[in-house]
Design a protein around this ligand. Structure first.
Ligand SMILES: [Zn+2]
Length: 263
């Protein structure tokens, strides 16, 4: 009996050993196959990554092209922006320039697109206790500008100047017809239109807050040599909030700012 049990045990052992060897052999092969599969898949991944990289490069290039296009589009948009249209002795109001005006009061008009900002600015000043503020001069027709110009020439001639002197004196203060921002409907003169305006609370307020409403002091003392217009504390030009803040931040006049945008 004992012998029989021993034989069975030995047989079982042999079976176990055989099956063990078989399992090990098999598992080795599986892992080898696995390794091979993994290698294949790694290569596939590599190719994928490369594909992605290529796509990325393509996408980046596309993006860059788009960006470049955008930049030039933005620059063009900025230069074509009605808010920063430049009018001075070298740049008259374009012949085809269309203006839609809105009433400030019974006699004064301003560009319809900017009048809300002007009204809000004056209202805020009054709410801040600055009541001594009014618009003396806003939009002028080219004919009216001509009339002002002729009147000024005559005044200087009467004072004993010759024609040339009268012209020089006039043009330091007054633009020729079609060369004034007032012909654009984007400029206002406040109060008595004289240098005493600089001493008012209104002027101090405007220096600080006008940019919030899109206005800039157009002819400052510091920029007389560029604007070719003597200091005018009463004359404020609408350029829109964004440009006004940027112009002040850069400490530029409109002529300089336009050159800056072009670059
Ligand atoms: Zn003016």
């Amino acid at each position: 009996m004992k012998k029989v049990i021993l034989v069975i045990v030995v047989l079982i052992l042999i079976l176990v050993i055989i099956s063990y060897i078989f399992i090990i052999k098999n598992s080795k092969q599986i892992s080898k196959e696995n390794q091979q599969t993994m290698q294949v898949s790694t290569e596939a991944e590599k190719t994928d990554t490369q594909n992605y990289k290529n796509e990325d490069t393509i996408m980046n290039t596309t993006e860059n092209i788009e960006k470049e296009n955008n930049t030039s589009a933005t620059e063009n948009d900025k230069l074509n922006d009605w808010k920063i249209i430049l009018v001075n002795s070298e740049n008259p109001v374009p012949e085809n320039y269309q203006i839609e005006l809105a009433d400030i009061d019974k006699t004064r008009k301003f560009d319809k697109r900017a009048i809300n900002d002007l009204n809000n600015m004056i209202l805020t000043m009054r709410n801040a206790g600055i009541n001594n503020i009014w618009v003396q001069s806003a939009y002028r027709t080219i004919e009216y500008q001509q009339q002002l110009y002729d009147n000024s020439i005559n005044k200087y001639l009467r004072q004993g100047n010759n024609q040339e002197q009268a012209q020089i004196l006039t043009e330091k203060q007054l633009a020729k017809a079609g060369q004034s921002e007032h012909n654009l409907g984007l400029a206002v003169d406040f109060n008595y239109v004289d240098e005493s305006f600089e001493k008012t609370k209104a002027f101090t307020w405007l220096k600080q807050y006008a940019q919030e409403y899109g206005f800039i002091l157009r002819y400052s003392k510091e920029k007389e040599n560029i604007t070719k217009i003597l200091y005018e504390p009463w004359h404020w030009r609408y350029v829109g909030q964004e440009h006004a803040k940027k112009i002040n931040e850069l400490d530029m006049c409109l002529e300089e700012y336009i050159e800056y945008i072009k670059k």
